[in-house]
Design a protein around this ligand. Structure first.
Ligand code: ATP
Length: 673
């Protein structure tokens, strides 16, 4: 694979070439090189496992098998111990039935091949024949029991693993989600649950094949010691050849998948709604189609090449297996010929060898798959361990229901994994209770960071953030979260009904219709809900039957209603009116004023200086430092102040006058920018 990529990289030179003019032999087309800069490989955590089993040798496969089986048993045991016992008992029983059946076959053959009256020989063989029939019946019943047990086990294993993943992932610190390594692990581990489910199935096939092999080997050893090496002679080459062909097919699949992925990217670009206008106006269609055709030709050539190789390997494998088979039968024949072995024993040996080696191919594939899946399950285990280290601690100092003022005392904070200037440096400020406090500053000045520290989503590197005197480092942070309602700029647009989109603001309580109507009315979302085809029950997601899409402004009203519904003592609003029309904006700010007058603490982040005049207190941030604090009027009156400067710039954009002149002439900001 690496070689393929290397060669792909060297084959650039596409600048003046007609795509398709030259068909590369290495599998990567000029088009892929031009469009994607090489093969289109995923850059996700799970891609690190890509092709892992092609690195597994025959010996390491055997060596890892006990661990793989142990892992599967552990998963199954956690999910449903009774079902696990049922499957285990059924599989062991099937192996035993097979062994007993083989011994009975040997007795039947011995009776039938002995000299004397045919009727007498048949009579002699009858009891053993009955045993053969009973063992076949028992094996069939046990197979049914195993199928039932595994059918019960698999979904439970997947559910237990999924719950483990989701519960752990939703409890970690925000810093963990933003940590690259943890995020990649989170990405890989999400496949752990389905892998755990598949491991059950693969493990049962492996155990079943192994027991068949053990049953055959046991019977052969009892019949004649020389038969065991014969079984090995027959099975080892076939095991080896299956491993080789499986790996080749897997590599071929991976290459093919890569090309298919690149092709899919082009077709989705060509048909996406977002790209539709540009594709038509800029006439991108023929360009992408030409490259699609070129990539397909390259993919077809690659598949043909691999099919040829597959055919050759398959032929070699058959020759080898045939030779091993011939050697086995030759050895058996000479043993019978020289009188070392009875004819009946040779007959049973043939049957046992065939039974033992029949499921070998499947077993090799299952071990490969088992190994592959186990990598994802191992990631899930690793995620759970890491998530425990990153978990937001439970318990801590209680936070008052009405926490009073929130203070920052010399707070410095740097995002984990970043170097250079901290995002916040030595910030000391107060957010008074029952007031509107605005945070103002240019992009990247630290407003959102400050709010995340205030909300306890991050903890300061130095200094303290205190809720009514309780530092967030010591506080029960779940209680801090309970005291906050948040309308973030990018608040979540849940793909649920309108009702749930608002009620999810208070997810632990039963939905109250009156409270819902109240919240919607306060946020102006009632008119939005009234206009929906199924009212509160309208699904707010495009692409689903009955799904409806809202405009940005309508969503924003729903977001504000959600915060109202939560009804927490501290309200954080980040650009709450960015998508609202002027009339609605005025209404929202009147609402926020009312909330503050009723005792709610409001923290407002906004770039609209006009909105800031609704605040009681303004904190101005610049490069992560607090540079000004005061009422809007005080700050506007401060010559050379940053707030006054920012306001002036927007005022000038608003009416073309020099904003500061206008301010000076008006004396105070009567009409905002
Ligand atoms: N998750 C993060 N990881 C690393 N650095 C970050 C992260 N989020 C923000 N920063 C950096 O921290 C600094 C402050 O960013 P912050 O988002 O707090 O600014 P802001 O004032 O809210 O900006 P804006 O007005 O654009 O929303 C910036 O330099 C930004 O690049």
């Amino acid at each position: 694979m690496g070689a393929l990529r290397e060669r792909g990289r060297r084959g650039v030179g596409v600048k003046n070439k007609e795509p398709g003019a030259e068909r590369p032999a290495h599998g990567i087309s000029d088009s892929e090189q031009l469009l994607f800069g090489g093969p289109l490989l995923y850059d996700t955590g799970w891609s690190s496992h890509d092709g892992a089993f092609t690195r597994l040798s025959l010996w390491s496969m055997v060596a890892t098998l006990p661990r793989l089986i142990r892992t599967t048993i552990r998963l199954a045991d956690q999910a449903d111990r009774r079902a696990l016992r049922l499957v285990a008992a059924a599989e062991i029983g099937r192996g035993a039935a097979q062994a007993v059946g083989l011994v009975a076959v040997n007795t039947v053959l011995a009776a039938l091949l002995a000299g004397g009256d045919p009727a007498g020989r048949l009579r002699e063989a009858l009891p053993a024949l009955a045993v053969v029939a009973v063992t076949a019946l028992v094996a069939a019943l046990l197979r049914a029991a195993s199928t039932y047990g595994s059918g019960r086990l698999e979904p439970k294993v997947e559910r237990v693993a999924t719950e483990r993943y989701l519960a752990r992932a939703s409890r970690v610190e925000l810093a963990a989600i933003e940590d690259d390594q943890f995020h990649r692990l989170l990405d890989t581990a999400q496949y752990g649950a389905t892998s755990a489910r598949r491991m059950i199935d693969y493990c049962i096939s492996v155990v079943n094949a192994l027991l068949s092999l053990v049953a055959a080997a046991g019977v052969l050893t009892v019949l004649h010691p020389v038969l065991l090496p014969l079984l090995a002679l027959m099975t080892v080459p076939s095991m080896w050849s299956t491993l080789v062909t499986t790996r080749r097919r897997y590599r071929s699949f991976r290459t093919w998948v890569q090309h298919a992925r690149a092709g899919r990217v082009l077709s989705s670009e060509l048909t996406a709604t977002e790209t539709a206008a540009e594709i038509r106006v800029h006439q991108v269609g023929p360009f992408l189609l030409k490259h699609f055709r070129n990539m397909s030709a390259s993919s077809e050539a690659e598949q043909t090449r691999l099919a040829r190789l597959d055919a050759r390997t398959g032929l070699w494998a058959s020759v080898w297996t045939g030779l091993a088979g011939a050697a086995t039968y030759l050895a058996l024949g000479s043993l019978v010929w020289t009188g070392v072995m009875a004819m009946s024993v040779a007959g049973t040996a043939v049957l046992a060898i065939r039974t033992g080696s029949a499921s070998l191919g499947g077993m090799v594939r299952s071990i490969n798959n088992l190994y592959d899946e186990s990598l994802f399950v191992a990631d899930l285990d690793l995620l759970c361990a890491r998530a425990a280290d990153w978990a937001i601690p439970t318990g801590g100092a209680p936070v008052p229901l009405r926490p009073g003022r929130i203070t920052f005392e010399n707070v410095t904070f740097r995002y984990p994994g970043t170097e250079g200037e901290p995002a916040l440096t030595d910030v000391t400020l107060t957010v008074p209770a029952g007031r509107i406090t605005a945070l103002v500053g240019e992009n990247g000045s630290g407003k959102s960071t400050l709010v995340k520290l205030l909300a306890g989503l991050y903890l300061p590197e130095s200094g303290r953030v205190c809720w009514g005197g309780v530092p967030t480092t010591l506080a029960d942070r779940h209680q801090v979260f309970e005291r906050i309602a948040m309308v973030a700029q990018d608040f979540n647009r849940w793909r649920f009904t309108a009702r749930v989109n608002i009620a999810i603001g208070a997810p632990s309580a039963p939905i109250e219709e009156d409270r819902l109507a109240d919240a919607a009315r306060n946020a102006g979302a009632d008119t939005v809900v009234d206009s929906l085809p199924s009212g509160w029950d309208t699904l707010l997601a495009r692409g689903y039957q009955g799904g409806h899409q809202l405009s940005g402004g309508q969503w924003q009203r729903l977001g504000i209603a959600r915060a109202h519904y939560r009804d927490a003592p501290v309200l954080i609003v980040d650009e709450p009116t960015a998508a609202l029309d002027a009339k609605e904006e005025q209404r929202v700010f009147d609402q926020i004023r009312d909330l503050a007058d009723a005792g709610q603490t409001v923290i407002l982040i906004t770039h609209r200086m006009a909105s800031v005049r609704h605040a009681d207190l303004v904190h101005v941030l610049h490069h992560g430092r607090l540079v000004e604090s005061g009422s809007p009027q005080e700050l506007l009156a401060r010559p050379g102040g940053r707030f006054r400067e920012l306001y002036g710039i927007q005022a000038a954009q608003f009416d073309g006058l020099d904003g500061l002149d206008r301010l000076d002439r008006l004396g105070h900001p009567v009409t905002g920018p």
